[in-house]
Design a protein around this ligand. Sequence first.
Ligand SMILES: Nc1nc2c(ncn2[C@@H]2O[C@H](COP(=O)(O)OP(=O)(O)OP(=O)(O)O)[C@@H](O)[C@H]2O)c(=O)[nH]1
Ligand SMILES: [Mg+2]
Ligand SMILES: [Zn+2]
Length: 287
Amino acid sequence: MGNQANVLIGREKLLLSMPGSWRIKSKSSKPLVAGDRIELQRDKDTWKMLRVLPRENEFTRRMPGRKNVPQLIAANLDQVVIIASAENPATPNGLIDRLLVIAALGNVPAVLLINKIDLADKNRMDYLNRIYRNSVTDSIMVSAKTGENIENFRELIKGRITLLIGSSGVGKSTITNRIDPNLDLKVGEISQATGKGRHVTSLAMLHPICNDGWLIDTPGIRECAPWSMTKLELQLGFQEIFSLKERCKFHDCLHETEYGCAVKSEVSAGNIPKERYESYLKLLNEV
Ligand SMILES: Nc1nc2c(ncn2[C@@H]2O[C@H](COP(=O)(O)OP(=O)(O)OP(=O)(O)O)[C@@H](O)[C@H]2O)c(=O)[nH]1
Ligand SMILES: [Mg+2]
Ligand SMILES: [Zn+2]
C-alpha cells in the first residue's frame, strides 16, 4: 500500500496519503498499524493526517528472523482472540502459549478461541479445556463451518475492537466472514501435502462489522516470539503460575529450581498442567 492507508471516519473507509515524513522517521517499522487512531484535519473535501495518537496498548511480536526488532501488529485493542484450530491443522500448544505471553506484555486482554470443533473428537476437546481452563479469562469453542457457537462469538465481539491472531489455515477469515458475510474475505485451502494453511490473508486490516464492532483479520503467523521482556515478566502470560507467586518462599522465584516453590508443588500435585509448566520453562530459557 506504500504511502497510503485505509482510514475509517465513522464507518466510512477512505484511502488517505500518509505524510512523507512519517515514513522517513520509521524506516524499519511501519508508521501506522491496524487500530491506530489518527488526528485528521479537514480541508474542504480532503483529509490530512496530522499525527498518530498515543497507543493505549499494543500487540507486538519480535520481527521474524531479527533479534531485537519489534514488529507491531495492532494497537488500541479491547481484546485479542487467539484462534487455534482443534484439527487440520491442530495448533501446537506452544504457539498458543507464546501468543498469551505477547498479549499479556502488551496489556491486551486475551480470549482463546478453538475453531473447527466439527473435526475434533471429545478427547481432544477435553484435553484443550483441561490445559487452558485456568490460563485465560475466557475461552470459546466454535465451528466456523457449521456455525456452532458462532452466536456466542458474536456476543463476545459486540461493540469491541478485536484482533484475530493465529497461524495460517486456522480459520480467521472464515470466522470473520461468518460474522459479516458482506466482507467476503478470501479464504484458503489447507494443503493436503503439508496439512498447513497457505497464507491467504496478506495484510492486517480493521473491518467494521455490520451489527456492531470491529474485527482485525491478520495474515497467519509462522513464528512468534515476544520481543522484549524480563524473566519475571514472562509469568504474566501464565496466569495459573502468576497467581501462585505469593505462595513461593522467594518473592522473585522463577519457579525453576528454587527451594520452597509453590508452583512446582502444584505441578507435581497435578493442579497445573505439566504441558503449561514445561512451556513456561522453555520460554524462560529463551529470555
Ligand atoms: N472443517 C472446518 N473447516 C474450516 C473451519 N473454519 C475454516 N475452515 C477451513 O479452513 C481453511 C482455512 O481457512 P481461512 O479462513 O482461510 O484461514 P485463515 O486463518 O484466514 O488463514 P490465513 O489467511 O492464511 O492466515 C478453509 O478451507 C476453510 O474452509 C471449521 O470450523 N471447520
Ligand atoms: Mg485469512
Ligand atoms: Zn516458585
